[in-house]
Design a protein around this ligand. Structure first.
Ligand SMILES: *Cc1c(COP(=O)(O)O)cnc(C)c1O
Length: 396
């Protein structure tokens, strides 16, 4: 007779616990919810005939985003990757520059840097936030960089380290104040990739509003969706004006002339998408409440299971809990794929972290520091079904 080993026991317990929270049937990782004014706003938008890059919903969505996040300005664009691309250009990233970022991120962060003909430079994460580790980054920069004419130079490559892009992984805020201090001390611009953290705050201040610029995503799997969409946040009036200009083909305002004063981008969010966004934004506080309740439910079900724990928001931070994150102990990290298989076989759509950027073919040869923590997190991390629906009080 086979005695079940500790890994398959752990797997069976996790499947049971996750199922007890998610209820019956196939449970997606994250699905959108359209329970508000979506149909009304979309119909109104169609009736107006302003479905494209001009219209009242784009202006309204931007104003409401600014109000919700506390950013002075919000510029709505076609997706989060475009938002990052434009934000990096506005932060001064030029061909041949280097841009610091976590290796534990979605590929969009690295791709946006490549679109600027710059090179990603990968830094390690901390287990406390799942994002960039400020003290390890500081130590690293002291050893590999020097200041020349007010610029941070990578001594080994001779290139300028122009910017850093912390990313609030799965909605959990990074240690932003300490990263801002590193950025300031080394003359590096800070752009926040807040694609996953709409609604997440640090000491009450919204993620994406700490750096020079911040970016959001409204892709279908994010906390709220516009179908596809993104936004650039900034408190700087000049940067906001330039963000709008750059993302609207750099056209100079005129009643009939087509005059463009630089190479711009067609990144403006269409009015149709913004109409959906306005409807979604009204439900955002409810979504976040539901997702935080879902954390409590998972946590209660998982707390008894040794070998795994649910990632909890860092101190002083409020997470939107976009994706619930299970971390296995290092001793049972070998069970990750078995748990992924068993949960997905059972219709519970879990998934591992992204393949680390420094292991992807296009980014394999990029500069990087030691990435031991990111590599450990990647071995042990599993995202659980996280839709807002799952945290709503089940009526009938
Ligand atoms: C979703 C996401 C983006 C942007 O994605 P789009 O699909 O282009 O909107 C960027 N960075 C991270 C970390 C993301 O998760």
């Amino acid at each position: 007779m086979n005695v079940p080993n500790s890994q398959s026991l752990l797997t069976a317990r996790l499947v049971k616990a996750i199922r007890s929270i998610c209820g019956p049937g196939v449970v997606p990782l994250h699905e959108p919810r359209f329970a508000g004014e979506e149909w009304n706003y979309l119909k109104d938008c169609l009736d107006s005939t302003f479905v494209s890059s001009v219209g009242q919903y784009v202006d309204r969505f931007e104003a409401e985003l600014a109000q919700y996040t506390g950013a002075k300005y919000a510029v709505a664009v076609t997706n989060g990757t475009a938002a990052l691309h434009a934000a990096l250009l506005l932060a001064g990233v030029r061909p041949n520059d280097e841009v610091l970022m976590p290796s534990l991120t979605f590929v969009a962060t690295a791709n946006a840097v490549s679109y600027c003909s710059a090179t990603p430079h990968f830094a390690d994460s901390t287990e406390q936030t799942l994002g960039l580790d400020p003290s390890a980054l500081r130590e690293y920069l002291i050893s590999i960089a020097e200041q020349r004419d007010g610029q941070c130079i990578n001594i080994a490559t001779g290139r300028v380290i122009r910017a850093m892009v912390p990313m609030h992984a799965f909605g959990h805020p990074v240690e932003i104040e300490a990263l801002l201090a590193v950025a300031r001390d080394f003359n590096i611009a800070l752009v926040e990739d807040a694609a996953e953290s709409l609604g997440s705050t640090i000491s009450g201040q919204h993620t994406g509003t700490f750096g020079l610029l911040g970016t959001l995503s409204f892709n279908g799997n994010k906390t709220i969706t516009t179908g596809g969409g993104g936004a650039i946040l900034t408190n700087n009036a000049d940067l906001a004006r330039r963000a709008k200009h750059l993302t609207m083909t750099a056209k100079l305002p005129h009643r009939w002339n087509y005059m463009h004063d630089e190479i711009g981008y067609n990144y403006r969010m269409p009015n149709l998408n913004a109409a959906l966004g306005c409807a979604q934004l009204r439900q955002l506080p409810g979504f976040i409440e539901a997702k935080r309740r879902l954390f409590d439910r998972y946590n209660a079900a998982l707390v008894e299971i040794s070998g795994a724990r649910l990632f909890k928001e860092p101190p002083r931070c409020r997470s939107n809990y976009w994706l619930q994150t299970l971390l296995l102990d290092e001793a049972v990290a070998g069970a990750r794929d078995e748990i992924l298989a068993a949960t997905n076989d059972a219709g519970l759509m879990t998934r591992p972290a992204w393949e680390l950027m420094h292991r992807l073919a296009p980014y394999r040869n990029c500069p990087r520091m030691g990435l031991a923590v990111a590599e450990s997190l990647e071995r042990r991390l599993i995202n659980l079904p996280s839709s807002a629906q799952l945290g709503l009080d089940r009526a009938a």
